[in-house]
Design a protein around this ligand. Structure first.
Ligand code: PHE
Length: 510
């Protein structure tokens, strides 16, 4: 670090460097006392200083000694035996005279006398006149070894047993017997300056005055005054590290499923499709009958479809259409079609009634439409089935369009959402002919997965509604795509509102 880089040190880092004891190192706790910073500031500052190679930390293997409550008190007020000496007037006093001064308490007096005697500071005599015990000061009461050690611990904030001489270790044993004078801890994190750190510390020490003054050219925050006056040009600012680690933030975000719906909507729109919407509640007529689904079809049973208690006459107002649909069913499926069955209201089981209705009403010559929305099926909820889920549906109508166009559009659409390996499989729907199933290949799972159903609406579907041009249609569930995209093996996870998952969810290649 050259000297100009000292300017990159944050004020907190400088404060810490200046407080680290050069030889013994400093514990985090002692830095807390000497810097007056809070523990988080110190920890963060230390991380940075480590990163800048100015400090190193090590785990001390020895007992760490620091002052306890009475130890600290003794630094300020003196040990009881020292205070005892101070209360003795004119060379000698009685115990009751000493206690009266209040400087030594009843609970301290015994130890104070005992220690003062052991230190050879005092002797106890009988007063010749009164016969009472008096305490007399002997000459020159020197600093005791206990006082010296307490002072040493105090000055270093914290010490390791390693730093003590054998005499001091003996004294430590004595001090340990006095409750709450010293504290011992096995191993503790110690911070030491590296060679470079020591150099920086000495530079900081020598620049102390200029650093501390507000006119010094470090540690400034840019103010509007500086900008207006142009003063900023002469100021050296501490550079910002834009790559530094920051705490993780979890701002509000859209649900991953909504993100996917948006992505799919975007894909449709970018291909020139127009979005349409329809109701969740449909007449059976639009959900099934107009789609040439016979009234005894398995999909229409209660186990598959949610029926509502009321009727819905949508589509049944137009006598001509009703007659046409009825005839198509009679002819195609050979049974007596009933309007009462067609009137039953259902929660839509797919989005196809939405597109079909639109085409029947508007009868466009050419159009590209899509719809995205919720559908409902009376199924047992499991890892792969939900009762409510989302479908997307696209339709294209126009002159001279064919199955080839349908497959081509599919490929374009899949490419937009990141799917490139697709194949088509024949299948069956009552309302399309031919009918196809698209399969997509997922690299991660190394598997072919069914995606959309599709086909060309049958004449039995479009003719009764007066639709002239062929209609290409496809549709299917979004949750299935979401499971691939977010690597889920259980579709219910999309709706669990598990915050951990929602915050960290990653997208995978489809
Ligand atoms: N409606 C079909 C489904 O729910 C999908 C489909 C849409 C099939 C359009 C053909 C044409 O799976």
């Amino acid at each position: 670090m050259d000297d100009s880089n000292i300017k990159t040190l944050h004020p907190i880092e400088k404060k810490i460097i200046k407080s680290i004891k050069n030889k013994s190192g400093s514990s985090i706790n002692s830095l807390k006392i000497s810097t007056d910073l809070n523990i988080d500031q110190i920890r963060r500052g230390l991380e940075w200083l480590k990163f800048k190679n100015l400090i190193s930390s090590y785990e001390s293997q020895h007992n760490i000694i620091s002052l306890g409550t009475f130890g600290i008190k003794s630094i300020n007020d003196g040990l009881p035996e020292r205070r005892l000496l101070e209360t003795i007037k004119d060379g000698y006093s009685t115990i009751s005279e000493i206690l009266k001064t209040g400087k030594v308490t009843q609970s301290e007096i015994n130890i104070a006398v005992f220690k003062a005697k052991t230190n050879k500071w005092i002797q106890i005599k009988k007063d010749e006149k009164t016969g009472a015990n008096v305490i007399e000061i002997l000459k020159d009461p020197k600093f005791s070894s206990e006082e010296a050690l307490l002072q040493k611990i105090y000055e270093n904030n914290i010490l390791s047993e390693h730093d003590l001489s054998s005499d001091e270790l003996t004294t430590l044993e004595i001090l340990k017997k006095r409750p709450q004078f010293v504290m011992l801890k096995k191993s503790e994190e110690f911070i030491r300056l590296t060679e470079e750190g020591e150099r920086v510390q000495s530079i900081l020490e020598s620049e102390k005055s200029s650093l501390d003054s507000t006119d010094g050219n470090y540690d400034h925050s840019l103010t509007s005054d500086m900008l207006v006056s142009g003063k900023w040009k002469n100021i050296v600012f501490r550079p910002l590290d834009v790559e530094s680690n920051t705490p993780l933030l979890f701002p509000g975000r859209t649900n991953p499923l909504i993100d996917l719906i948006e992505e799919i909507r975007e894909a449709f729109v970018s291909l020139g499709f127009v979005e349409i919407e329809g109701n969740y509640i449909q007449s059976s007529f639009w959900n099934f009958d107009a789609l040439f689904t016979p009234q005894d079809h398995a999909a229409r049973e209660m186990q598959d479809t949610f029926y509502l208690r009321f009727e819905k006459n949508d589509g049944l107002e137009n006598r001509r259409i009703v007659r046409n649909v009825s005839e198509a069913h009679k002819k195609g499926w050979n049974y007596e079609w009933k309007t009462s069955e067609a009137r039953r209201a259902v929660l839509r089981t797919h989005t196809t009634p939405v597109t079909l209705q639109y085409l029947a009403k508007k009868n466009p010559v050419e159009s590209k439409l899509f719809t995205i929305g919720r559908v409902f099926r009376n199924e047992k909820v499991s890892y792969k089935h939900l009762v409510e889920f989302h479908q997307i549906e696209g339709v294209v109508t126009g002159h001279n369009i064919s199955l080839r166009d349908l497959m081509g559009i599919q490929l374009e659409f899949y490419k937009k959402i990141g799917i490139t390996k697709v194949k088509f499989w024949p299948t069956f729907f009552p309302y399309t002919e031919p009918s196809l199933q698209s399969m997509i290949y997922n690299e991660r799972l190394d598997k072919w997965i069914e995606l959309f159903g599709m086909g060309i609406f049958r004449p039995e579907v479009i003719e009764p509604l007066g639709i002239k041009n062929p209609v290409l249609a496809w549709g299917g569930g979004i949750e299935r795509i979401a499971m691939l995209k977010y690597n889920l093996s259980d579709v219910r996870d999309l709706y669990n509102n598990n915050l951990g998952w929602l915050r960290g969810v990653q997208k995978f290649q489809l």
